[in-house]
Design a protein around this ligand. Structure first.
Ligand code: ZN
Length: 192
């Protein structure tokens, strides 16, 4: 039985291993989950265009539902060296072995369901990009520690965050700006 639940459980990586560059410049990793809007398959084109215009690399977490709804864009993102595509699950649900829920979304109910949640989209992304995804973030970013270990056993790193930029697409523009400022402060500190 798991004893931990949430976005910060054993095994989930929430910060860069090396938060300072060789030139001693603090840095952050930007990650975005593609799961918002109607049907969870909308596209924030302004965001993608902005990253491209400024040459800002990012990891984009895609789930199977989104990929199937946006096949051409998914292929386009996969071909862009600016972006790494991460695994955001097959059904976009919390990764649990007991069915725990987050934000009213029921999680996987067993080890087998957790494996399937990771592996279904692992295979889809491998086909899309030509190589297996390195990183996994559960739908809702919630895990128990057994789910996180399953991700590791399947060869991917479960990813969390140290700063939640937009509160799961619920924050105002001003709040997003303040959250982003927190990322600057976090990058200036040693990881905990
Ligand atoms: Zn999501």
């Amino acid at each position: 039985m798991p004893s931990q639940w949430g976005t910060d459980v054993a095994g989930v990586r929430r910060a860069l291993m090396q938060p300072v560059s060789p030139a001693n410049v603090p840095r952050v990793a930007l990650t975005f989950d593609a799961c918002g809007g109607r049907g969870g398959s909308d596209v924030d084109s302004a965001l993608i265009d902005g990253l491209r215009a400024d040459g800002i690399p990012a990891t984009l977490f895609l789930n199977s539902r989104w990929i199937q709804a946006n096949p051409q864009l998914a292929a386009d993102l996969a071909a862009d060296p600016l972006f790494e595509l991460g695994n955001h699950g097959t059904s976009h649900v919390p990764l649990s072995v007991t069915g725990r829920d987050a934000y009213g979304i029921p999680g996987t109910r067993s080890s087998q369901e957790a494996v399937d949640e990771v592996w279904g989209n692992h295979e889809l992304l491998t086909t899309l990009t030509g190589r297996p995804p390195r990183f996994f973030r559960a739908g809702t970013a919630h895990y128990d520690e057994i789910g996180a270990q399953i991700v590791l056993d399947l060869g991917e790193t479960p990813i969390g965050f140290s700063v939640n930029g937009d509160g799961g697409a619920s924050s105002t523009r001003g709040r997003c700006a303040r959250n982003s400022a927190a990322a600057r402060r976090a990058a200036s500190c040693s990881p905990t």
